[in-house]
Design a protein around this ligand. Sequence first.
Ligand SMILES: C[S@@+](CC[C@H](N)C(=O)[O-])C[C@H]1O[C@@H](n2cnc3c(N)ncnc32)[C@H](O)[C@@H]1O
Length: 257
Amino acid sequence: MTRRRADGSAGDADYGTIGGAYAAYRRPEPRIAALIEEALAGARTVVNVGAGAGSYESAAFEVTPVEPSASMRAQRPAHLAEAVDAVAEHLPFGDDAFDAAMATFSVHQWSDLKAGLLEMRRVARGPVVILTCDPDRVRDFWLYEYAPRVLDTEARRYPPIRDITGTLGGRCAVTTVPIPADCVDGFNEAYYARPERLLDPAARQSCSAWSFVEPEAARRYAEHLRQDLASGAWDERHGHLRHQPYLNGSLVLIRAD
Ligand SMILES: C[S@@+](CC[C@H](N)C(=O)[O-])C[C@H]1O[C@@H](n2cnc3c(N)ncnc32)[C@H](O)[C@@H]1O
């Protein structure tokens, strides 16, 4: 049985505590949205599991969002469908109820990954599309020099890609998603060329892994980055990234047919 917190949060992060500014910092990035839309092409009805504030829900589809956290549901813009209060591990829909299923930045938080993926497979006639991070590549990012325990947390939480593809079965395509330098969806790697943005505590809080380290450690990590930016040490090592239009980091898109 999935444990739920006061606001209904059903994963390993408590969005009742950390989710207040989520929608302001985690906006859908249009170039990533286009790749998701392409992966879902041909579908009319789509279930979005762990839908949060509605990022990546395209108007091209009739979307049924599923979101357990009341704090996240409250941040959904009025033009999007109201989210169903349910968890991935028990989707309240019949077999083959939708043409396709999607989940973005969510599977790493579920208490039972396998149950959630099998539920997505059960309710979708067509493709299951997952946007997630490859844990084997999470520590390649420069932030590991500053916030090692934050990225260790990410690497531990994100399920191995083979666990996802193995559970979904069928034909699976896994592609690296290029992250644009001005990415408007504020996950950690989105700031690869704009390190100053991670000095903002609200930007850090919108990436749930930061909530797994003590506030004092998070402050220390940010202070180290601030000092290296002020001294020029960060730019000496990584300044070339400021001019790199895309980063091929840990972000991947999985489509299982
Ligand atoms: C990082 S947010 C991503 C939200 C949105 N998909 C996006 O791309 O911005 C993770 C979401 O997964 C949801 N979540 C966590 N555990 C879940 C579960 N067991 N079932 C369904 N959703 C879950 C959280 O409540 C949260 O809204």
